[in-house]
Design a protein around this ligand. Structure first.
Ligand SMILES: *[C@@H]1O[C@H](CO)[C@@H](O)[C@H](O)[C@H]1NC(C)=O
Ligand SMILES: *[C@@H]1O[C@H](CO)[C@@H](O)[C@H](O)[C@H]1NC(C)=O
Length: 123
């Protein structure tokens, strides 16, 4: 192997390591489309999705991926949305799952949680 090949292989290994660290798999579903997505979550009918962050122009979003779980009232019923998100810069984490609850007029409550600890942590 010449030096070029060695350098190229090293780069590939580094890239794949970075990919493995950055790649997070999350549950992606919505309880209004699929009641199994609600709480308690039954993962048997879902597959973990790889959370690749691509911007609209196709470039990679440098912010780390998170798994998110949104719980909101719609017409007095709880709706669950599990998805991929991005870690916001202002989020100072002390524990893994961070939740924010907001109340809106008309008895609308939105609880937004995000986590990064493991694949499928938004279960
Ligand atoms: C989850 O769903 C599967 C398939 O619908 C069902 O067989 C299983 O009993 C469910 N598990 C729980 C804990 O509800
Ligand atoms: C699905 O749920 C079961 C029971 O809670 C758990 O043991 C299993 O690890 C989960 N599967 C995945 C892929 O997370």
């Amino acid at each position: 192997m010449n030096l070029y090949n060695v350098t190229f292989l090293t780069l590939l290994v580094i890239l794949s390591l970075v990919q493995n660290i950055m790649a997070l798999k999350c549950w992606v579903c919505c309880s209004s489309a699929d009641p199994e997505c609600g709480d308690p979550f039954n993962n048997s009918t879902f597959q973990l999705m790889n959370c690749h962050r691509r911007r609209l122009d196709g470039t990679e979003d440098p912010r780390p991926a998170t798994c998110t779980k949104i719980k909101q009232t719609v017409d007095g019923k709880w709706q669950y949305i599990r998805s991929c998100g991005v870690k916001e810069q202002f989020e100072e984490r002390t524990e893994d799952t961070v939740c924010k609850t907001r109340n809106y007029p008309g008895d609308v409550i939105v609880e937004y949680c995000s986590c990064t600890s493991r694949d499928g942590c938004n279960d």
